[in-house]
Design a protein around this ligand. Structure first.
Ligand SMILES: C[S@@+](CC[C@H](N)C(=O)[O-])C[C@H]1O[C@@H](n2cnc3c(N)ncnc32)[C@H](O)[C@@H]1O
Length: 241
């Protein structure tokens, strides 16, 4: 994991193949980051402000846990969700978020009308629950459910494929230097059935982790939805062929 602030977006990518690509990237990156307002310090709590789905969203972070910090991939994913409802409607859809962290994508997809199961490791769930409840209570058709999902563990016991069908699996910045990449792949495979679409925002860091894209591509069909070299982020759609 990088030592810089999670929302430090100076990616240092190659800037695209030509001037048009650079301009398109810069314009899209600027409109994505415009959802974010400056953090404020209130009573020793670090907050990040966001504007999505016509609402002001406040996300509480914790500086001592990676999962309790908001990463820019989540903003990219939320921008895509909000701006592509005609093709990727969230209304009444079953959505699973993996590695939800501080919960921004869970909150935005819930505000957009989805039935969301928001998951992460046990130590992340208290802050995740707080953010999800604070930002969705009385604003959503379906109350999002926050629950543990440690990648690769008890998948069929807790999320049986016969009864758990997801329209979307959301994942923002879940690929980085950690020892559970194989388990993450197994989890994606378990959750994806015919009709399931994975919307996965990937921040590119080290080659060893970046090669996860090739492993994903061996098992899923893939489409590139956003390419943002200035943020070092790509957004993919994946589905089972
Ligand atoms: C870089 S953070 C991204 C958080 C959030 N999606 C965002 O973009 O702000 C990675 C997330 O994956 C979660 N994670 C890491 N290893 C995990 C595992 N083995 N099982 C489940 N979640 C895991 C972390 O707790 C963390 O919330």
């Amino acid at each position: 994991m990088e030592s810089c602030s999670a929302l430090d977006t100076q990616g240092g990518g190659d800037g695209g193949a030509d001037g048009i690509a650079v301009a398109a990237d810069a314009e899209l990156a600027a409109s994505i980051m415009a959802h974010h307002s400056q953090p404020s310090l209130i009573l020793n709590q670090v907050w990040e402000g966001f504007s999505f789905a016509g609402k002001q969203i406040r996300i509480k972070e914790s500086t001592d846990l990676y999962g309790a910090v908001l990463w820019p991939s989540a903003i990219v994913l939320c921008h895509f969700l909000e701006n592509n409802l005609d093709k990727y409607s969230m209304a009444d859809k079953n959505v699973m978020e993996l590695g939800a962290g501080t919960g921004l994508a869970t909150i935005v997809s819930s505000l957009l009308g989805a039935k969301v199961t928001s998951t992460d490791l046990p130590e992340i769930l208290a802050n995740l629950t707080y953010n999800v409840q604070r930002n969705t209570k009385d604003h959503c058709r379906y109350t999002p459910v926050v629950t543990e999902l440690s990648w690769g563990q008890q998948l069929e016991e807790r999320f049986p494929r016969s009864t758990h069908h997801y329209d979307y699996v959301l994942a923002a910045d879940v690929v980085y230097h950690h020892p559970f990449l194989q388990e993450l792949l197994e989890t994606l495979e378990h959750l994806c059935q015919p009709g399931t679409q994975v919307l996965w925002a990937m921040r590119f860091r080290m080659d060893i982790e970046n090669r996860f894209v090739e492993r994903f591509q061996q098992r899923f069909s893939m489409e590139l939805l956003y390419d943002l070299p200035s943020l070092n982020i790509k957004l993919y759609r994946g589905w089972k062929p």
